[in-house]
Design a protein around this ligand. Structure first.
Ligand code: SAJ
Length: 433
């Protein structure tokens, strides 16, 4: 753009969303300061290195740091645009109450350096009303500034909610190409945020209000949770009726308007298993389906663990391989993982009979300590274990040929080996569901 003045940008929170976002804004030639509470994270990024695993992120960060477009700091700095990408976990009350304290802490920091004309964008997944609550907090801290939606005069500051919807493993591609909701507290705020996102987003940027944008993000993940719950419930029904759930889903999906997702050992990660509760918390009496979806997916994890326990107990002495710990295929993220839950429960019960195969892990997580379970590579597991429990559909597991798993018992919770039901000369037992 001719005569284009690049805004100075401050991205607060340099995690799985904040760091890639900071890097692609810097790539669009806006100078970015990334803020994080961790000294270690800040030092790592300032060396041009990264502290998280994500495809192509290392090269991008190295490049923008070397060009001087991205630097990290523990201290907030004045800027024109502030992008807040901090975690929104649950409170520790056991009630799945959303904890927005990190968002409010970030907003408090921003308030300290805010000047007329600045724009604040919240990206963290948040309960409906959080953006307005953040605005109210800033209004209290900075009575000298006119905040949007509180007075009829033209506000000094713009505030918007603009959620991301990227998939781990494809973050850079999806940050650039996905459509985005741009939810302004007022239409003027939305227009200001829109002009900013158009600098680095190639997908459509759709303007709305902040509350609708907050709800949209939650609804997307609740929708997926309920659809996975349907698949998981089908798998338990099929198990009860002695049907092959994968076959039933494959056939049903040939209907032009049916698209059933895949059953698994439950739903993991920090989004799909979390965000539906933000809706439930806001409307507890109005959300029975969303609540039930969560319950069905959590129950599937326990169903799988119980099924595996029965198989191992019925076959005493045989070594068991738990295949996978990650919350989904081909990633190194073990947080909130149903596979990890199942494997750890089996390790506590069956001790050194349990071997864990996880190509993305250098060691077993802490809860395996003292159980006797050990981390082994895939070849060792295939050579020494008589029971294989498939918990994650990593590509490297999918390509194990039938002859390498012919004389073993298989409990395949992901349906990665459709041939295992009788395709090999000495067919392995295949338990679905
Ligand atoms: N899963 C199944 N069966 C399926 C699909 C997924 O059991 O058919 C399981 C996975 O194994 C995993 C969990 O669900 O345990 C979640 O995996 P995912 O790939 O569905 O989603 P996430 O958590 O990696 O990312 C989601 C995405 N949301 C949607 O697809 C609606 C992503 O676009 C969001 O940006 C992300 O949540 C987020 O940050 O909110």
């Amino acid at each position: 753009m001719q005569g284009d003045i690049k805004p100075e940008v401050c991205v607060i929170g340099l995690g799985y969303i904040g760091l890639p976002t900071a890097a692609i804004i810097a790539r669009a030639n806006c100078p970015v300061t990334g803020i994080d509470v961790s000294e270690k994270v800040v030092e790592t990024i300032n060396r041009g290195e990264i502290h998280i695993e994500e495809v192509d992120l290392d090269g991008l960060v190295r490049g923008v740091v070397q060009r001087g477009m991205l630097r990290a700091s523990t201290q907030i700095v004045p800027a024109d645009m502030f992008v807040i990408a901090v975690p929104t976990p649950f409170e520790k009350d056991g009630e799945h109450t959303p904890d927005t304290s990190y968002v409010m802490a970030a907003a408090t920091e921003v308030a300290g350096v805010l000047k007329k004309g600045d724009c604040i964008i919240l990206e963290s997944t948040s309960p409906v009303g959080t953006t307005e609550a953040m605005r109210d907090l800033i209004a209290g801290l900075r009575p000298d500034l006119k905040l949007p939606g509180l007075a009829i005069e033209t506000p000094d500051i713009s505030i918007a909610y603009c959620p991301e919807r990227v998939l781990p493993g494809k973050i850079l591609e999806e940050l650039t190409h996905n459509d985005r909701s741009i939810g302004g507290i007022t239409p003027r705020c939305a227009r200001k945020a829109l002009a900013f996102y158009k600098r680095f987003v190639r997908g459509a940027c759709v303007i709305t209000d902040a509350r609708s944008a907050e709800m949209t993000k939650l609804v997307e993940n609740a929708y997926r949770d309920i659809n996975i719950a349907f698949a998981n419930e089908l798998s338990i029904i099929a198990d009860h009726m002695e049907l092959d759930v994968w076959e039933v889903i494959r056939l049903a999906n040939r209907h032009p308007r049916v698209n059933i997702l895949q059953p698994g050992p439950g739903v993991g990660g920090h989004c799909i298993a979390v965000d539906p509760y933000f809706i439930i918390h806001g409307a507890p009496g109005q959300s029975p389906l969303i609540r039930t979806g969560r319950e069905v997916n959590d129950a599937k994890m326990h169903h799988v663990a119980a099924r595996a326990e029965a198989l191992i107990t019925d076959n005493p002495g045989i070594p068991v391989a738990c295949m996978g710990l990650a919350f989904k295929a081909n990633i190194d993220d073990f947080r909130e993982s149903p596979a990890r839950f199942v494997a750890a429960r089996l390790a506590r019960q069956f001790g050194d009979r349990i071997k864990v195969v996880e190509p993305h892990a250098a060691k077993l997580p802490a809860e395996f300590g003292g159980t006797g379970a050990e981390l082994v590579d895939l070849d060792t597991a295939l050579e020494t274990c008589g029971i294989l429990i498939v918990l994650v559909d990593h590509d490297v597991f999918k390509v194990v040929p039938p002859e390498e798993r012919a004389r073993v018992l298989v409990y395949d919770t992901r349906g990665i080996w459709p041939d295992a039901k009788g395709g090999s000369p000495e067919p392995g037992l295949r338990l679905a569901g």
